[in-house]
Design a protein around this ligand. Structure first.
Ligand code: IPE
Ligand code: IPE
Ligand code: MG
Length: 237
């Protein structure tokens, strides 16, 4: 059995942080309370990811489809994102966390855009982990934006053939390795438009636990599960 084990640790973990609303409604609280609790879970998981030597952690916070929610919930989430980016500098500094953003920043409220610009600049030199915040992120949207970037930047005289490398090079963060492991909390078993291009060979773990309940042990269990996978990448077992 031992030779079937995957001994490499994941370099990049993606998390679809789902279940905030259900966590709150089960407690007779407003859905927005679930989003606030989700911030605590995110901090617990970031700290454990650092302990585990994870280089990149992509956190899905708001999708391009989440604008369909009630206006007050959307406004709450936007304010929560802005406030937490602004208030967590001690956390980033103490734990040496670099924060980057993926998604279409142009459609975000001015306050959120400002905080994203500031946090990415101020934490650029931190090296313990890169936390990639997906806010107004959609996998299809990212691919379309990548193609448009390529169209704008390509040299018209050169061979305009489009290939996988060119798409990859125009994604939001071409330097980032593909996620090895993608976790979705809150029982649903779908990607909901998360990192579609990059997930081609990701191991997918679906957890019943709601995001606000996630803790360090859950992440350790997920990494142990990952280590038990045999990855083939289309080759032979
Ligand atoms: C995930 O939790 C957070 C966002 C999508 C912003 P949900 O708000 O989707 O929680 P459920 O799925 O309704 O429980
Ligand atoms: C996915 O959760 C998006 C985030 C966690 C940010 P959703 O709750 O929006 O996904 P669906 O609508 O159930 O697929
Ligand atoms: Mg949900």
């Amino acid at each position: 059995m031992e030779d079937k084990m995957n001994t490499t640790a994941p370099r990049h973990i993606g998390i679809i942080m789902d279940g905030n609303g259900r966590w709150a409604t089960r407690r007779n609280l407003r859905r927005t309370r679930g989003h606030s609790e989700g911030i605590h879970a995110a901090k617990r998981v970031v700290l454990e990811a650092i302990t585990q030597g994870i280089e990149y952690l992509s956190l899905y916070a708001f999708s391009t489809e989440n604008w369909r929610r009630a206006e007050d919930e959307v406004a709450f989430i936007m304010a929560l994102v802005a406030r937490n980016l602004r208030n967590q500098y001690a956390f980033y500094r103490k734990n040496n966390v670099r924060v980057i953003h993926t998604g279409d920043i142009r459609k975000l409220p001015e306050e959120v855009r400002r905080e994203i610009a500031r946090v990415t600049e101020e934490t650029a030199g931190n090296t313990a982990i890169t936390v990639n915040l997906a806010v107004n992120y959609g996998g299809r949207d990212e691919i379309v934006r990548a193609v448009n970037r390529w169209l704008q930047q390509r040299d018209a005289d050169e061979n305009p053939r489009f290939c996988e490398t060119q798409l990859r090079d125009h994604l939001d963060h071409p330097e980032m390795p593909d996620p090895d492991l993608v976790i979705r909390t809150g029982s649903e078993q779908r990607l909901s438009n998360f990192l579609l291009w990059q997930c081609a060979y990701a191991e997918l773990l679906f957890s019943d636990r709601l995001w606000p309940d996630w803790n360090a042990q859950d992440l350790r269990d997920a990494i142990d599960w990952f280590r038990g996978r045999k990855r083939n990448f289309g080759g032979m077992r």
